[in-house]
Design a binder for this molecule. Structure first.
Ligand code: PLP
Ligand code: COI
Length: 345
């Protein structure tokens, strides 16, 4: 029995996963399996050369009982863009959506009922499955969609987190893989995360790697700042094009706010009334404060900005959070057509 009130965000063993295998240019049939183990040769390229990418999207039970996936075609398009970057096969829209729908249907007991701050998180995963040593794209791949019942990423929704900018770590190389959802982008943040967590910070905020002048993004989400009635978010070719951020920009416009997507100099952090992270897992989470550290491992803090007392959330973040979650839960009209209903559920 899942306790929806205390559920966090983590890996969770559900009933099935949905799998398709690709070999020499041809996809197999899509299968649902209760076997969660892939038997792979130790030479399989994903283990050595990180030919791996993934997606994340959420499924909601709405007020009227409909079950919807939030903007799945956006994730399908982003997965294809990443797959192309890695030389992996590109699942089409209908294949992507069918696999997501089948995963939800065959794991319906893990779907959060309406009325909770929980959802079913879908995790599509695509990786190179050919045993090989040459640095060329594999001719075998596996595309799997798994799911996990998910609560708030930081333990509670609409609760602020503390961040740190580590000047001695970068997230992605200039003109590198930063804007793609490749697993390797995450692996390279684990060490600074561990150090930051040990110091009591929840999140890492990275600057642009070439000059360290502008804000890029958090390790797990995009950055946004609120200045008066304006929603500001970085324009950078090294950040992941977040579907939540894109949606929040539209919602901010709908709510009469101005939206600016432009380079954000580090010093502008002093000028925001509210600031935080946005993404599928974190939804929209405000920051209480952010420190800049020349060397993450050392105690010295170069600069620090405080937005809110710990735990408190500003009015713009609250309004944006309430609007996007109300659309997802079917509490207000989905005027942009973002909720994809799973039919015959
Ligand atoms: N940035 C990074 C590094 C992420 O991992 C994510 C999560 O997917 C996001 C941003 C937010 O993207 P989305 O809103 O599409 O989930
Ligand atoms: C998501 O928000 O879907 C992500 O993939 C971020 C991850 C760090 C949980």
């Amino acid at each position: 029995m899942i306790d929806w009130k205390t559920l966090g965000f983590d890996a969770y063993r559900t009933r099935t996963l949905v799998v398709a295998r690709w070999k020499n240019g041809v996809w197999s049939e899509i299968t649902e399996t209760e076997d969660f183990s892939f038997l792979l040769d130790p030479f399989t390229c994903v283990f050595h050369y990180a030919f791996s990418c993934f997606e994340g999207l959420k499924v909601f039970t709405q007020k009227d009982g409909k079950v919807v996936i939030f903007r799945p075609l956006e994730n399908a398009a982003r997965l294809r863009r990443t797959a192309r970057y890695l030389g992996l096969p590109e699942p089409g829209d209908s294949m992507f959506v069918e696999m997501c729908e089948r995963c939800v249907k065959s794991n319906r007991e893990f779907l959060a009922p309406y009325g909770h701050d929980a959802s079913l998180y879908l995790r599509p995963l695509l990786f190179g499955a050919q045993p090989k040593m040459q640095l060329t794209p594999p001719n075998e791949a596996i595309f799997a969609v798994m799911c996990a019942p998910a609560g708030p990423y930081y333990g509670a929704n609409l609760k602020s987190f503390s961040g740190v900018i580590p000047l001695n770590y970068d997230r992605a190389a200039p003109k590198g893989s930063g804007s793609y959802k490749v697993g390797a982008n995450y692996a390279s943040t684990f060490r600074p995360y561990q150090i930051a967590h040990n110091q009591g910070y929840s999140e890492l905020l990275y600057l642009n790697s070439r000059t360290h002048e502008f804000i890029d993004e958090f390790g797990s989400s995009n950055f946004f700042g609120i200045k008066g009635n304006t929603y500001v978010t970085p324009l950078s070719d090294s950040v992941l094009p977040s579907i939540t951020n894109k949606s929040l920009q539209t919602i901010a416009g709908d709510l009469g706010m101005k939206v600016e997507k432009r380079p954000i100099p580090l010093e502008e952090l002093a000028e925001f009334d509210e600031a935080g992270g946005c993404g599928t897992a974190v939804v929209i989470t405000p920051m209480s404060h952010i420190d800049v550290k020349e060397v993450l491992e050392e105690d010295a803090v170069l600069k620090s900005w405080r937005y809110r007392p710990d735990g408190e959330v500003g009015p713009a973040c609250t309004r944006l959070y309430r609007t996007i979650t109300a659309i997802q839960k079917g509490e207000i009209e989905d005027i942009h057509g973002w909720c994809h209903e799973i039919s015959n559920f």
